[in-house]
Design a protein around this ligand. Structure first.
Ligand code: SAM
Length: 212
């Protein structure tokens, strides 16, 4: 079911459709998609965040089943990590791992029911087609402390198509973010070539920047 799931996810027409998709996908997400496609993004984002000197408390956005927290812990990161996702079923899987200090069910495109307390903001796989656009940057900057390190994957399919390049440059010009750096990474491993030629060579930018 890997290809139908991924295609449906990337062409989701609405937030409600995305919620239904993850409701049905949560139980098999890691044993199917993640394992079969050798999904690498959480590892790339975690490595970039740690290498940039990221520290907690961290908010992991679109936390899903908790793979980014798992990768941060595997790198020896011991600071507090909170997770946020709008899918209750994905959050249930994340909770089972007991890696997050707190988990919040919220839509990241709306004002968040959180206080400004984060020194780090991470995200893998959430800024992509059929998911979340640059409108989430406002709500995220509102909960980030000055100097907070961001590490967000942004799929190449939406990088210019949804104006991420323009919005990040504009935020930098306005002095709301600083130290913008991009690292291009491959989303999937070699095994994806045999399973899903349409997505196997997908790339993403890991956008590193600091809140001002
Ligand atoms: C591809 S999964 C990535 C999960 C995890 N970060 C990973 O890398 O495995 C995308 C996640 O974003 C969440 N998501 C999509 N739109 C969202 C929104 N507007 N607000 C919060 N979470 C959202 C989905 O529920 C899903 O768990």
């Amino acid at each position: 079911m890997t290809k139908p799931d991924l295609t449906a996810a990337l062409t989701s027409p609405s937030a409600d459709a995305t919620l239904r998709l993850y409701r049905d996908w949560a139980a098999s997400y890691e044993t199917g998609f993640v394992a079969e496609m050798q999904y690498r993004l959480p590892g790339h984002v975690a490595a970039a965040f740690v290498a940039a000197g990221g520290r907690g408390p961290v908010l992991d956005v679109g936390a899903g089943t908790g793979l980014l927290a798992e990768n941060l812990r595997a790198l020896g990161f011991t600071d507090e990590i909170d997770g946020l996702d709008f899918s209750p079923e994905m959050l249930e899987r994340a909770a089972e791992k007991r890696l997050y200090h707190a988990l919040f069910r919220a839509d990241v495109t709306q004002s968040l029911p959180l206080t400004r307390r984060y020194n780090g903001v991470t995200s893998s796989g959430t800024f992509t087609a059929g998911h979340v656009g640059p409108e989430a940057f406002g709500p995220l900057l509102a909960v980030a402390n000055p100097g907070a390190q961001f590490a967000l994957s942004i799929n190449e399919r939406v990088w210019t198509a949804q104006g991420f390049d323009w919005v990040l440059a504009d935020l930098q010009q306005q002095g709301r973010i600083a130290d913008l750096q991009l690292i291009e990474v491959q989303v999937y491993g070699e095994a994806a070539q045999r399973l899903d030629a349409e997505h196997a060579n997908d790339h993403a930018q890991v956008a590193l920047f600091r809140a001002v």
